[in-house]
Ligand binder design. Structure first.
Ligand SMILES: CC(C)(COP(=O)(O)OP(=O)(O)OC[C@H]1O[C@@H](n2cnc3c(N)ncnc32)[C@H](O)[C@@H]1OP(=O)(O)O)[C@@H](O)C(=O)NCCC(=O)NCCS
Length: 164
C-alpha cells in the first residue's frame, strides 16, 4: 500500500480504534502503557482511514499481568478490507526497529499456530525460531464486542535475534 503511514496511537484515534475492535478499555490501557513508556502502541493509517494497529511490550506492563517474555510483539490487527496488502508486515518491521533502537538483542512473539498457521510461517520466514517443540494450550482473555471472554487457545512462542 503506497500511502501507508505508521505512527504512535493517540487518544484522538480511540473512535477509529474501536471501529476496528470494539474494546475501548483495552485500547485505553494500551495508550496508558505507551504514555509511561513500557510499550509502544502503533496505528497504520492510509489517507483518512485507520487500517490497522499493533503494540509491542518493551518492558513488563504496569497495569496488566506480567508477560512471559519481554520485549514482545503484541496484538496486531489489520482491518478485514485491508488484509494481505503488506500492512501486517509493515507493523512487524516498525516494531522490530523500535525494539532494536531500544538496544534489545532479542524480540519475542506468541501466536496461535493452529488458527493462524500462515502468520506463523511468515515469522519463520523472517528468521524467528520457535521456543517449544510443539504448540501448547493456554487460557487467555479475548475482547469480543465490548465484552471480555476467557478462551482456550493454541500458542507457540517465537524469538528472533535482532543483532544477527
Ligand atoms: C494477521 C494479520 C495482522 C496480517 O496482516 P496482513 O496485513 O493481512 O498481512 P500482510 O499482507 O502484511 O502479510 C504478511 C505475510 O503473510 C503473507 N500472507 C498475507 N496474507 C496471506 C494469506 N491469506 N495466506 C497466506 N499468507 C499470507 C504475506 O505474503 C506476508 O509474507 P511475506 O512478507 O513473507 O511475503 C491480519 O491478517 C489480521 O489482522 N488478522 C486478524 C487478527 C490476527 O489474527 N492477528 C494476529 C494475531 S495477534
Amino acid at each position: 500500500m503506497q500511502d501507508l503511514n505508521i505512527r504512535n496511537a493517540t487518544d484522538s484515534d480511540l473512535p477509529r480504534l474501536c471501529a476496528l475492535r470494539d474494546a475501548r478499555a483495552q485500547h485505553e490501557a494500551k495508550l496508558l502503557e505507551a504514555t509511561v513508556g513500557t510499550s509502544r502502541f502503533l496505528v497504520a493509517v492510509s489517507g483518512l482511514e485507520l487500517v490497522g494497529f499493533a503494540s509491542v511490550h518493551i518492558r513488563q506492563p504496569l497495569t496488566a499481568a506480567p508477560k512471559s517474555h519481554v520485549p514482545k510483539l503484541s496484538d496486531c490487527l489489520v482491518g478485514p478490507a485491508y488484509r494481505s496488502l503488506g500492512i501486517g508486515r509493515a507493523l512487524v518491521a516498525a516494531r522490530e526497529c523500535i525494539v532494536r533502537d531500544a538496544g534489545c538483542e532479542q524480540l519475542y512473539v506468541s501466536l496461535d499456530p493452529v488458527e493462524n498457521a500462515w502468520w506463523l510461517q511468515f515469522f519463520l520466514r523472517r528468521g524467528y525460531r520457535t521456543l517449544q517443540d510443539a504448540p501448547f494450550r493456554k487460557k487467555e482473555f479475548r475482547h469480543l464486542s465490548g465484552r471480555i471472554e476467557t478462551v482456550e487457545v493454541w500458542r507457540q512462542d517465537l524469538v528472533i535475534n535482532l543483532r544477527a
